[in-house]
Design a binder for this molecule. Structure first.
Ligand code: PXL
Length: 277
């Protein structure tokens, strides 16, 4: 098995089971070396907590990048999640060019919105900047809300395949090479993921689990990244990530007090089995 090293750029939310506290264990469990560049440190994530602290690490990013360059450190993949500002997006673009190994896979989760709304910290200037990052990505992993913000298409709760394909066309027009479109539901009680790769459409439909919790987008993107780096195809990675995320939601759903994230830790053994040798 070839050993891969990836870099993930996203925040540390000290409490909240999202971003780096999810990406690092999940990618490691997949058998992939996970280097990190923390973009900010928050006491908690921003969705449902009040009065969280926010230490912006934007100004550290160029020096960290310079050091990687000086040491000749390169990565087989760069995976970005929640970022703190437009400036950080600009610095990530530099990482894409300066610390990418040959064939480096660039995976962008435009983690900025859900349920028809932007997360509290973001505005349309951030969305505009995120479009430029998606333009450089090999894989973009939006949910429907994020895809609508990125493309300017009206957000709908009921839609058909033509609506989704129109959005994908616009994401590709921005420059995104392939799209892993999560949370696409064509019928009641079911949801799924559309994999748009090399211009071909595939769909993995699975049960919709009510009471889905916060942070599942990060769990999904991390498992997808890990599977892809272990040599799985995008479709296999998309399925593994969906099945694992569902296990995490199942493990959490019964607990009302655990609203802030998903219990992904108890399910890691299942992910390791799905990835296989
Ligand atoms: O991707 C989820 C996420 C990550 N990090 C922070 C967040 C959120 C979602 O709200 O607030 C800080």
């Amino acid at each position: 098995m070839s050993y891969k090293r990836i870099l993930t750029v996203q925040d540390i939310s000290c409490v909240g089971q999202c971003s780096l506290t999810v990406a690092l264990p999940i990618i490691s469990a997949c058998g992939v070396e996970c280097s990190v560049l923390p973009s900010a440190v928050l006491s908690t994530h921003t969705y449902g907590f009040e009065g969280y602290t926010f230490r912006d690490l934007t100004d550290d990013m160029p020096a960290i990048t310079d050091h990687f360059v000086k040491e000749g450190i390169k990565f087989d993949a760069i995976y970005t999640g929640y970022l703190g500002s437009e400036k950080q997006i600009e610095y990530v673009s530099r990482l894409f060019s300066d610390v990418a190994s040959q064939g480096c896979v660039k995976i962008v989760d435009p983690a900025m919105a859900d349920n028809g709304k932007l997360y509290p910290a973001f505005d349309m200037d951030y969305v505009k900047a995120m479009r430029t990052l998606c333009a450089k990505a090999d894989y973009v992993l939006p949910n429907l809300t994020e895809a609508c913000f990125l493309t300017g298409v009206e957000y709908k709760e009921e839609y058909d395949r033509a609506y989704i394909e129109n959005i994908i066309g616009k994401l590709c027009a921005l420059g995104a090479k392939n799209v892993i479109f999560t949370g696409v539901s064509y019928r009641k009680g079911m949801t799924g993921v559309v994999v748009w790769e090399n211009g071909a459409y595939s769909y993995y439909e699975h049960e919709f689990l009510p009471g889905s919790c916060h942070g599942t987008g990060d769990i999904y993107a991390s498992a997808f990244t890990g599977a892809l780096m272990r040599g799985r195809t995008a479709m296999e990675g998309a399925k593994i990530a969906a099945d694992y995320t569902m296990e995490c939601i199942r493990a959490t759903a019964a607990e009302k007090d655990h609203w802030y994230g998903a219990k992904f830790e108890t399910e890691l053994g299942k992910l390791i089995k799905m990835i296989g040798d």
